[in-house]
Ligand binder design. Sequence first.
Ligand SMILES: [Zn+2]
Length: 278
Amino acid sequence: MSFLFFNERLNAYFFLLGVVILLFPVASFAQTWEVVQGDVISIELPVSANSTDIHAFGKSWPLKRLDSQHIRTWIGVDLATKPGRYTIQIRSGKSHETQHIDVKKGSFRISRIEVKKKMAVFDAKSLKRIRADQAAIRATYAMRLPETPDISIAFQPVQGIVSTPFGAQRFVNGEPRSPHSGLDIAAPEGTPILNPLAGRVLLAESMYLNGNTVVIGYGNGLVMVYSHMRKLLVHKGEWLKGGAMIGKVGQTGRATGPHLHWGVRFNNARINPLSLLK
Ligand SMILES: [Zn+2]
């Protein structure tokens, strides 16, 4: 009996110890943020100094001063970031603080499409064009623009049905391809595509796989790609207001039906466009 009693006391002791261990991190200052691969995380921080730098995933991230005591920062987690814990370094004046981001695996679907052979197996000439197209789009990710008001949008460029979600593992005619770095929204041909934020047209070209493609820069490293449009209605260098028409839904390039391919890069990270919606 006394042995049992001792055990119960021991259990109570371990239970209390467990409670203290569980509660302690909550009470401490460092915070951990949870995010899924491909998402943008928006964090408000108490920061008083003017010189503040937010560093995570080997990059600096934009910030906006909310008042004399607070800032808001946005951090983009690339689609292929290995799940696990990462640090955010916050340097503000002389103070230096570390917080953490826990990256969880996204539940990405598998997508299979069947297309004409010339859209799946490329001859040397087509391959050369595809590579040049990709390089032209990639070059826009590094283009720097003046600041944008926010890294968030109030509406998606076109309303419709998601035909291929972000991150989907693609198979084209049975062959595995890179994961889908954007969101495909199926809508009737000719549906207007509206610019979700004020920005500048960085590229407007007809491409082999992407069809009629427009890339718009929004500042702070935020860039969006719009592909398969019916016609090119804007030109490089043009500034577009939020709500302005970028083009109309089409099926140019490699498309199995009218849809918009909408891709988002933030500081070069491949971002789920839906994670920008307010
Ligand atoms: Zn797509």
